[in-house]
Design a protein around this ligand. Structure first.
Ligand code: ATP
Length: 251
């Protein structure tokens, strides 16, 4: 459903995403994890068609996004890490607006929007301007806007930021149910326990390259480590060890 072939992004001489190959089939919840600056957001923005690759190809449902961007994007919902929302729209108007961009309108969309807002406890705020929403409420509205037009693929960058524990639980159930129905979700996250609990497969990215990819069992086998994702992540990405920390504090 999502296919990346030698996908590359360079900023001047710096290679942010370095020839990534990846296939995420229908019905899979796929996780992207990696240290700050690893290239996750850059990759997701290229998949969403808002950043032009330096090289390689992105295909959504077999459609090359460079050749037919409108057809490819019609199949896609994107939840960015720093979303833009029109402050002078109400929550209900914003969802109607996003659905309209995808050519969807009418009673079914209104019903879906109402259900999504109710799911995230935003019912009472549906006719309030977005400018009065808290950070978490905005995030829940953005998540709702990706689901309101029922895309085949959802690409989501750091969905947990700003959400309270109840909303995180709802979000996770929503993601699981969505892929169970045959849709595809590609999620980048720093919340490793969420990636471990939710994702069918996970890619660990470091310095623009996929350094490991697979189910948790495959990642454990590849890293020759029986522990959880956090230990495997630290091992493969060379994160600061406790010993180094002591040296820093003692210095
Ligand atoms: P984080 O976990 O911190 O969000 P990330 O894995 O999403 O990080 P990216 O935002 O994709 O990382 O950035 C990858 C690299 O590309 C970083 O070194 C970043 O500084 C660089 N980069 C991103 N955007 C630009 C830009 N517009 N110009 C120059 N360099 C950029």
């Amino acid at each position: 459903m999502i296919r990346l072939s030698r996908l590359t992004k360079k900023y001047g001489n710096f290679t942010a995403v370095d020839s990534i190959d990846l296939h995420v089939p229908s019905g899979e919840l796929f996780g992207f994890v990696g240290p700050n600056g690893a290239g996750k957001t850059t990759t997701l923005r290229m998949i969403a068609g808002i950043l032009k690759p330096t090289g390689g190809k992105v295909e959504i449902a077999g459609i090359d996004i460079a050749k037919d961007p409108i057809a490819a994007k019609a199949k896609l919902g994107f939840i960015p890490d720093r979303p833009f929302i029109y402050e002078k729209l109400t929550g209900a108007e914003f969802l109607r607006f996003v659905a309209g961009l995808y050519g969807e309108q009418g009673p079914e969309v209104e019903h879906r929007a109402r259900e999504l807002m109710a799911l995230f406890d935003l019912e009472e705020w549906r006719d309030e301007l977005v400018e009065s929403y808290s950070h978490g409420m905005r995030q829940k509205l953005i998540v709702s806007s990706a689901f309101v037009h029922r895309p085949q693929v959802i690409v989501v960058d750091e969905p947990h930021v700003g959400l309270d524990p109840k909303s995180i639980k709802i979000l996770r159930e929503l993601f699981k149910e969505y892929v169970r129905r045959g849709h595809t979700i590609l999620m980048s996250t720093h919340t490793l326990d969420a990636a471990e609990a939710l994702c069918d497969r996970i890619a660990i990215i470091a310095v623009g390259k996929i350094v490991a990819c697979g189910t948790m069992d495959e990642l454990r086998a590849g890293a020759e480590h029986k522990g959880g994702l956090e230990e495997i992540f630290m091992r493969l990405t060379g994160q600061l060890a406790a010993r180094d920390l002591v040296e820093v504090l003692d210095a």
